[in-house]
Design a protein around this ligand. Structure first.
Ligand code: SF4
Length: 635
């Protein structure tokens, strides 16, 4: 059945491997993927450990619906303690790795210790081997995949790998499951690198038995209709997330020159239509009807003729908006280099842009940059800095440590210009006109982030009755909701609701683009309850699924608090409050976040969670969710 896949405990220090079934009571509480990983993280990682030491634990998993007859159930989750923030590391990516891992018999891997030499894991039909990786250490992510497939003689093997950045412990290194299927944010690639674990290769032909196959197939047709009839999904299937750039840049909702401006003017070359000129088709993840990954050949420059996928909205911001560049080629090269080195391009672009502002302000000098003219708009400097960060050369070595550590090393008042939350760089959007989105990044459990709680549909000016229909189930809500994205009223509940929405799909293994993320008509709790029952036989109501998400989110909070997080970490940098937007459409200009109103939003957000005024979960909240005895060591 779909719930009989196992958990494997792999100790790289001793070479010991142990497998266990996952008890049904654990499934009901945490389902799988991110939810169960967060439980394992809280239970297996001791407080205060070094994230780059052998005591950290790398968690790799598939969501509970992955590989079933439900659409877009492709997600792999990777977790641990973040080398970047010191709080939770948690990342989620598509592709084909997670379904293959389930077909190979495993849902969760708990990887401990540190191998003496570089190794990779070979997982196939219930078996796990630790193999020598000396010949692939130093190779990029694409070369690694090719060498392992060649070595094992099977082109259908799916591979999760780190690149040279992970090996060099760049604190925001990615894990990658495909050419551009990146587990970015929070530095899980550095966790694998610190364990000398280069890759995990999987291949399986073990069935996933569907509980009610005919009904599951029939029901999924309804899901496919919901997805494919949505305009936003159709647009995304045509252009990928690059389409979002035009929509946000036009209004003045992006971060330019490290947050000094909120619109990139005269930027035709980096717009969606320009990027689209090189695209010859779209690719998709397992079981997806959207296909949002643009396939292209890099048209010129040192990587001319190289096949790549994307670039995404994040790459446009990271390598155009933030560093104030206007070249399509810089975006394509930045995207490609980040993918093959295995680095979080969002962090890379943000930190380079921060360094540019420091250089222009004289805080960094030519001596610090080894003569590189690190000015805004300098395309060559952006590309050069990507190499230097990945190779940890010169200033790149300092930036590879992440913003907070780099600011300590650089000194002066460099910290003043760092745009981050909890030590993680912000996405390139400008949230000064959108308090709901600002609250989302300030409170995100893994640091500044747009994929943990962002109520993106808040930007659509949806009528209040539509908002109420979405945000009043599966938990009733009769507080305020407003259509104006500049309002503060009711937004804390929207953030809270979206948190549960994203946590739930990360437990189920469904892509966020198939949920109430970008589209108001896309599926959520009601549909997931049905999909879960028909595919796995597990009967959880929409409210039960909300509670699974709430449980996991509270465990994330408990982990962060155990590692020293306090209320002051749920906050934004001063520029949000002190420097008004200057560009964009009239309703966006002149906006800042109001400190007092924002503080009130955080109070309200904590209250919606059942947390006290310091953001600590109240005992009764934990009891209600059945996690008051954690860590419980059930697994
Ligand atoms: S929408 Fe994009 S990211 Fe999501 S499953 Fe489909 S192809 Fe993958």
């Amino acid at each position: 059945m779909a719930l009989n896949k196992k958990i494997a405990y792999i100790d790289l220090t001793t070479g010991k491997i142990e497998t266990k079934p996952i008890p049904i009571e654990v499934r009901k509480k945490f389902l799988g993927g991110r939810g169960l990983d967060m439980y394992l993280m809280y239970n297996h990682i001791k407080p205060g450990i070094d994230p780059l030491g052998p005591d950290n634990v790398a968690l790799v998993s598939a969501g509970v619906l992955v590989g079933t007859l439900a659409s877009a159930t492709a997600r792999t989750h990777v977790g641990g303690k973040s080398p970047l923030t010191g709080y939770i590391a948690s990342t989620n990516m598509g592709g084909f790795f997670a379904p293959e891992m389930r077909w190979a018999g495993f849902d969760h891997l708990v990887i401990k210790g540190k191998a003496e030499r570089p190794v990779y894991l070979w997982i196939h039909n219930g078996e796990i081997e630790i193999r020598d990786a000396s010949n692939i250490w130093g190779k990029d992510t694409q070369q690694t995949r090719e060498i392992i497939r060649e070595e094992l003689g099977d082109r259908d093997i799916k591979i999760l790998t780190i690149g040279p950045a992970g090996e060099k412990l760049v604190r925001y290194a990615n894990v990658m499951t495909g050419i551009k299927n990146a587990g970015g944010r929070s530095g899980t690639g550095a966790i694998l690198g610190s364990k000398n674990l280069k890759a995990i290769a999987v291949r399986g032909t073990m069935d996933i038995k569907i509980a009610h196959p005919v009904e599951a197939l029939e029901y999924n047709k309804k899901i496919i209709d919901l997805i494919t009839s949505s305009k936003v999904s159709q647009t995304q299937g045509r252009f990928g997330t690059a389409f979002i750039w035009g929509a946000t840049n036009t209004q003045g909702l992006v971060r330019v020159r490290n947050f000094q401006l909120n619109q990139l003017e005269d930027s035709d070359d980096v717009e969606t239509e320009s990027l689209d000129e090189d695209v010859f088709g779209m690719a998709g993840c397992f079981g997806c009807q959207v296909h949002c990954r643009a396939r292209h050949i890099i048209p010129a420059g040192p990587y001319a003729g190289v096949y790549e996928e994307g670039p995404e909205y994040t790459a446009q911001g990271a390598f155009a908006g933030e560093p104030g560049c206007r070249s399509k080629l810089t975006i394509l090269e930045g995207n490609h280099l980040s993918n093959i080195y295995g680095m979080d391009l969002l962090e890379v672009g943000s930190l380079i842009s921060w360094a540019m502002e420091l250089y222009e302000k004289g805080i960094l000098t030519d001596k610090d940059t080894d003569g590189l003219e690190l000015r805004f708009g300098n395309d060559e400097a952006v590309v050069e800095m990507i190499h230097r960060i990945a190779r940890r050369e010169g200033l790149g070595d300092i930036l590879a440590e992440g913003g907070l550590r780099a600011a300590e090393k650089i000194g002066k008042d460099s910290i003043k210009y760092l745009i981050h939350v909890k030590g993680m760089s912000n996405l390139h959007s400008d949230e000064r006109a959108t308090p709901a989105l600002a609250l989302g990044i300030a409170t995100g459990s893994r640091g500044s982030d747009h994929l943990r709680s962002r109520p993106a549909i808040d930007l659509y000016h949806l009528p209040e009755p539509v908002l109420r229909q979405i945000y009043s189930q599966p938990v009733s809500y009769d507080g305020p909701l407003t259509s104006d994205y500049r309002d503060y009223e009711g937004k804390p509940w929207q953030v809270r609701w979206q948190e549960m929405c994203y946590e739930a799909v990360d437990c189920l293994g469904i892509c966020k683009y198939h949920t109430t993320f970008l589209g108001a008509t896309l599926p959520n709790f009601e549909e997931w309850s049905k999909l879960l029952e028909l595919n796995t036989g597990l009967e959880l109501s929409p409210l039960d699924i909300w509670n699974v998400a709430d449980r996991a989110y509270n465990i994330e909070r408990l982990f962060n608090i155990r590692e020293g997080l306090t209320r002051k970490d749920d906050w934004l940098v001063d520029r949000y409050f002190d420097e008004p937007t200057t560009l964009g459409i009239p309703s966006i200009r002149g906006r800042t976040i109001d400190r007092d109103k924002f503080k009130k939003m955080i109070d309200e957000y904590y209250e919606h969670h059942g947390w006290d005024e310091n953001g600590v979960p109240r005992p009764e909240t934990l009891k209600k969710l059945g996690i008051d005895k954690e860590p419980s060591h059930m697994l």
